[in-house]
Ligand binder design. Structure first.
Ligand code: NAD
Ligand code: TYD
Length: 339
């Protein structure tokens, strides 16, 4: 059995990654280390221990706590570590950047120390296209571009990438970095653009569009991202960075309009609001490296993916209602409080 640590497994991408691995990699055993911050939802993963007996373990813990991390590493002797735990929302980082530095930088340093000490075979850091900064109307991000982050979130992710690089060079850790564009799909916390707009459109509330709505993001289905993460963990070369993208550039306003159309709601619900400070204009990914070296390409086309995603939120209304009411946070107490 390959023993894998996934941090942040109760978040959006982590949940999808756990499900992908448990289904597609029968020879892998997974431990999910998650602090259950506001973005961590234990409900997302509650079926996994029973569905995959002996292959899934949840541990509540903080990646910034060296003692807690050491206990988990000592107990499991991991072959692979995939770090997804992070503070991930740009707007929150603008309001309060301290926790972003703590989790996204110090947390990574603590995990890297443990990975070196316990001789982990592969450390995979899940990073983001946002470390490259912003593009104008042309061009795409390549892995050899300089890092030029513009938000406290992306700066903390860039700092983490540099820590990973330093541990490769200094301690000989076998580590790789994936940088991916905006993900969409099931289980995304409804503060991010797509689920937020679906929920507001559903309730016929205003849809807040920052600035003129013409900022561009490249959207990738979370399942394509998860397949790429696993591939890079298995076949990526030490010290390399691999970009992934969905080849699906969209202006924010296009996405908002298509959500309204899918729900049969009027465009009059759109409300242009004050722009995000330092709002990156455009992200686009050149993922020719991972295509050429590892044979990865995105498979989900955006039109199909977005339709299915909107339908998932409509079919799973109780899931986001429990988040909006805050009751999802009682889950831990109900499930583990008695122990
Ligand atoms: P998310 O906010 O949905 O989930 C983050 C998870 O990390 C939560 O379960 C939370 O409880 C956990 N966590 C936070 N602080 C922790 C700590 N100190 N210790 C342990 N667990 C902690 O995030 P996401 O969208 O799933 O993103 C996952 C990773 O992918 C992040 O590293 C993010 O930077 C990166 N990423 C995200 C996107 C995207 O579009 N969502 C794109 C590229 C890269
Ligand atoms: P978001 O989902 O926060 O991802 P990121 O900032 O990491 O790309 O936002 C995606 C885009 O949507 C971004 O350009 C900001 C914009 N946006 C809005 O216009 N309104 C909103 O309410 C939110 C949350 C985002």
């Amino acid at each position: 059995m390959t023993k894998v640590l996934i941090t942040g497994g109760c978040g959006f991408i982590g949940t999808n990654l756990l499900r992908y691995i448990l289904k597609e990699k029968p020879g892998w055993k997974v431990v999910n280390l998650d602090l259950l911050t506001y973005a961590g939802n234990l409900e997302n993963t509650m079926d996994l221990a029973e569905a995959y007996p002996g292959r899934y373990t949840f541990v509540r813990g903080d990646i910034t706590d060296p003692a807690a991390v050491e206990r988990v590493f000592q107990a499991h002797e991991f072959d692979i570590v995939m770090n997804l735990a992070a503070e991930s929302h740009v707007d929150r980082s603008i309001l309060d950047s301290g926790v972003f530095v703590r989790t996204n930088v110090i947390g990574v340093q603590v995990l890297l120390d443990a990975a070196v000490k316990h001789k982990v075979k592969k450390f995979l850091q899940v990073s983001t296209d946002e470390v490259y900064g912003s593009l104008g109307s042309h061009g795409r991000f390549r892995e050899d571009l300089p890092l030029a982050p513009n938000s406290p979130y992306s700066a903390s992710k860039a700092a983490a990438d540099l820590m990973v690089r330093a541990y490769i060079k200094t301690y000989g850790l076998d580590a790789v970095i994936t940088r991916c564009s905006n993900n969409y799909g099931p289980y995304q916390f409804p503060e991010k653009l797509i689920p937020l707009m679906v929920v507001n459109a559903y309730h016929e509330r205003e849809l807040p569009v920052y600035g003129d709505g013409k900022n561009v993001r490249d959207w990738i289905h979370v399942e394509d991202h998860c397949r790429g993460i696993v591939l890079v963990a298995e076949q990526g070369c030490c010290g390399e960075v691999y970009n992934m993208g969905g080849d699906a550039e969209q202006e924010n306003i296009q996405i908002v309009r298509s959500i309204l159309a899918h729900l049969g709601r009027p465009d009059e619900l759109i409300r242009y609001v004050k722009d995000r400070p330092g709002h990156d204009f455009r992200y686009a990914m050149d993922f020719s490296k991972i295509e050429a070296q590892l044979g990865w390409l995105p498979r989900v086309d955006f039109e199909t993916g977005i339709r299915k995603t909107i339908d998932w939120y409509l079919e799973n209304k109780p899931w986001w209602e429990r988040i909006l009411s805050g009751t999802y946070r009682d889950y831990y107490e109900r499930m583990y409080g008695q122990r």
